[in-house]
Design a protein. Structure first.
Length: 224
């Protein structure tokens, strides 16, 4: 799958906030960005890989996955269009990824060498300070996201984990009707529960008039 250099889409990304659309091509050239395309299910990085580049999803979806020795997967996070991955390992100087990065759909990724962001270039571009400021915002947002997942994971039962996640999604969408980014197996992996137990709990909640759903579309009907 051949990647597309769609610079106009970048203007909405948090990392590039404050950059004028006509400046995007110059910024991409200054940073030495590369674009790569991945098919659904293709691995972007394996756990243990040494990375020097930050990845930004241009289109599609990425799953950050932790696999155990028995082949069980836990989806740590989903990274969608405009969001960043591998930034903690790269910016923290660790370099070694503790997780696998996998395309959850046909996906295009832009890679940026972090050193090109923090180092002043010979052209004295004004982008660098702006990007560093925006990156701080990205780190803060990602921290909030991880804290949110920790809240789900501290729940003791499959029911409580599921309702905690659905409640969060309802607030994010400002509606009791919303679509989630996971299919049934992916949701089970994200919440670290058995798929059969998750399906059974969803059926009970639906029968009890707490939720309604069809595939990945949900409606919250009442408080549990």
């Amino acid at each position: 799958m051949k990647p597309r250099k769609n610079y106009s889409a970048l203007i909405a990304f948090q990392l590039f906030q404050g950059v004028a659309e006509e400046e995007l091509a110059a910024l991409v050239k200054c940073l030495g960005c590369t674009f790569r395309a991945y098919k659904h299910g293709e691995t972007v990085y394996h756990a243990g890989d040494f990375v020097r580049e930050i990845g930004i999803v241009v289109r599609g979806r990425i799953h950050i996955v932790k696999d155990d020795a028995w082949g069980n997967s836990n989806i740590i996070a989903e990274i969608s269009s405009g969001e960043m991955f591998a930034e903690a390992a790269v910016c923290g100087g660790v370099g070694i990824l503790p997780f696998t990065v996998r395309a959850a759909a046909d996906t295009e990724v832009m890679f940026i060498d972090f050193q090109r962001i923090i180092a002043t270039c010979t052209s004295a571009c004004v982008f660098h300070t702006l990007l560093i400021r925006n990156m701080i915002g990205v780190f803060a947002r990602n921290t909030i996201m991880l804290v949110g997942k920790m809240e789900h994971m501290t729940k003791r039962t499959t029911r409580d984990k599921l309702l905690s996640y659905l409640s969060e999604q309802s607030k994010l969408h400002c509606s009791n009707n919303f679509a989630i980014p996971f299919d049934r197996q992916e949701l089970a992996d994200y919440l670290s529960v058995e798929r059969s137990a998750l399906s059974a709990e969803m059926s009970r909640l639906k029968a009890g008039g707490v939720i309604n759903y069809r595939k990945n579309y949900f409606e919250l009907l009442s408080q549990s």
